[in-house]
Design a protein around this ligand. Sequence first.
Ligand SMILES: C[S@@+](CC[C@H](N)C(=O)[O-])C[C@H]1O[C@@H](n2cnc3c(N)ncnc32)[C@H](O)[C@@H]1O
Length: 264
Amino acid sequence: MPDLTPPSDPAARPMEGQRPPLITALAAQVISAAVVFGVTAGTGMHVGLVVLLVLQGTGAAALGLWLGLARWWLPLQLLAPPAVWGALQLPIPPWIYLAVFAGLVLVYWNSAGERVPLYLTNRKTWAALEKLLPDKPDLTFADLGSGLGGVLLFLATQRSEGTFIGLESAPIPYLLSRVRLSLARRTNLRIFMRSLWMVDLARFDVVYCFLSPAPMPPLFDKAKAEMRPGALFISNSFEVPGHPADRVIELDDGRRTRLHVWQM
Ligand SMILES: C[S@@+](CC[C@H](N)C(=O)[O-])C[C@H]1O[C@@H](n2cnc3c(N)ncnc32)[C@H](O)[C@@H]1O
């Protein structure tokens, strides 16, 4: 198994220190609620609760845009206050909300900080990835953000002589993938609960990722700095602005997956 020593350069952890959009959205809601409810209480105005909630949502949406949130946050910000109030009226014990919230956090751990949610590479893409693997007996492959481990399990089964490594930092996907891999009993496959920024990519012949637009520019810089000449860096769907891929493979699956392939 490859040694997974972290890169010593702190610049290799570029997503640290950026404000996650979820925090901006929550801050916009809190500020808007304070203004709307504060002004009505302070002036003694009699305004219906629904109107106040709509005003809070509108204020939060406008403030969020001003603070740099993407436009798709707008409807979420508008609807959040009435939706939360409506949910609180349902006869559901409060611990259920807490349990659902905790479960979502443990699955979508990287949505807020890294801006990468969980969605999975499909089977047609697994097969396309297999065709891209170099014909090398001691092949080493990494899936950065390995989710439920589907890509790794498929490739490790097809290429039993290679070594396949997954890095996953979301607790529930990590645990589920570990259980899945233990049941599959493959010895050429390991998944680590570790941030992809903390691993030196020099050990791998092929590095695959299916993340989001946000981490691609710094991740490409990291790949360029660490990967060996000739190694492959493959991004499912997400391009790197200013660095066109050497090859783009378009698949005929439902979502017209595009694999962007760079040879280092
Ligand atoms: C879109 S999913 C892809 C899952 C898997 N690679 C696949 O293609 O089926 C992205 C995964 O990356 C994980 N992730 C995001 N940022 C990460 C980080 N810094 N370190 C490790 N995993 C990360 C997420 O938790 C999520 O499971």
